[in-house]
Design a protein around this ligand. Sequence first.
Ligand SMILES: Nc1ncnc2c1ncn2[C@@H]1O[C@H](COP(=O)(O)OP(=O)(O)OP(=O)(O)O)[C@@H](O)[C@H]1O
Length: 506
Amino acid sequence: MIQTKPPIYTTQHHYHKPNQKTMNNKFGMGDMLTQLGSLLASAMFVWAIIQQYFPYNIRNFFDKYSQRFFTYFYPYIQITFNELTGERFKRSEAYAAIETYLSKTSSMQAKRLKADVINNNTQPLALSMDDHEEVSDEFNGVKVYWASGKNIQKSQTISYYPNTDEKRYYKLTFHKKHRELIVGDYLNHVLKQGREIKVRNRLRKLYTNNGSLWSHVVFQHPASFQTLAMDPFKKQEIIDDLTTFSTAEEFYNRIGRAWKRGYLLYGPPGTGKSTMIAAMANFLNYDIYDLELTAVKDNTELRRLLIETSSKSIIVIEDIDCSMDLTGQRKKDTKEDEEESDNTQRSKQQMKPKENDSSASKVTLSGLLNFVDGLWSACGGDRLIVFTTNHVEKLDPALIRRGRMDKHIELSYCGFEAFKVLARNYLYLEDHVLFDKVRELLEETDMTPADVAENLMPKISPADPERCLKGLIDALMEAKEEAVKKDVLAVKNNDIKVENGSNGTV
Ligand SMILES: Nc1ncnc2c1ncn2[C@@H]1O[C@H](COP(=O)(O)OP(=O)(O)OP(=O)(O)O)[C@@H](O)[C@H]1O
């Protein structure tokens, strides 16, 4: 289908001369129409002169009436997408998606381009067309035109926002007979493609909250599922689950559920819970929102923070049992519980705000449940929420029931398969005569992947794998002896309690 370029009229200082041939074809070849065409062309010429040389208020006056006049004859439809929207002049998501979508076309067609560094390894520069440029695009054989523009408004007020007097926009022009296709399928295509390219190109961010405000740094963590030491079957199951989730937008729409998934990661300290979150973010190409609940004043602040999170992100609440009072359950903690908790747990408890502290967080379990179930679900886009804990048994069952925390993953002490991953990563070793000894010891004693990794860390350069393995074996034997000593001591203490008339339970 041959389509000619439409005459684009805008309220800007630039003017695209109409194509006379196009106009004649459109309205027939009769004399009268030819004359009408010339009249129209003359009118447009006068209008262009006014735009170029007349002061703002006169231009404004002419704009108002000329727009009405041209609309009558003009067979094209225009849609404007402004860059800044809303009260707080937030950058419009549609504008950003269009800019990204047009980047490739702009770099081929536009004469003046803008470049921005995106620090992406594969594509370091993002190109977009400069103001008052125009490019064409084709969709299902239909040609459309994108023009970039800028309105400069003389504002009387002092604004806190930078350059709010300059209002950029993209204007899409297409023939009115294609209205349905362009307004529906084409625009969906542009926004979807734009978002996808943006996600692929973006620098991912790690957000942390200071009270009710998010601040971010660039997220660059090298962890991946390849480097994560855990049982390969379990690992594959998680990878499959994430892949299914991230590509299931239509499925979630069809079954009428929000596109969300909750993960509960639990296990002793140093078993890789934080490392797994980083691997998940790298795998899915998602941002991370590391939510510090103890810094959140109340449920309202929590709601605000969560509403501000973007799609394609993982919202993480680490050590959930230490971050909040779980419906009074913690208040009922027995003395024994306190004795039981290990040093790490105790130090984390110290970080927890005191109950009579006026600055203490008033976020409640019900506030958190509301967020997991309702408010958060109302925000569009895909999001994962991940809770981590060292003490899964202390969590309120309501918080972690399926539907809220869909997948419960236990990260445990290092097994032989996990050790093999670490040996491959740290020492480039697939096999070694000492592996059997390591396997035997790992079956007999508990050592976290963090400790195993530390023992495999080469201490000299170039690395001596055998020396590292021997170091690990020594450490495992030491841990085994410690465990035996602890057991003996525990049995002795129990015996003493029994002698004193107590069966050891309080
Ligand atoms: N499964 C694992 N695979 C690879 N490395 C691991 C694994 N577990 C721990 N490590 C190593 O140990 C370090 C500490 O692990 P990580 O912080 O992920 O543990 P964690 O379970 O989140 O601990 P905590 O509960 O104390 O926060 C990591 O930097 C990583 O190098």
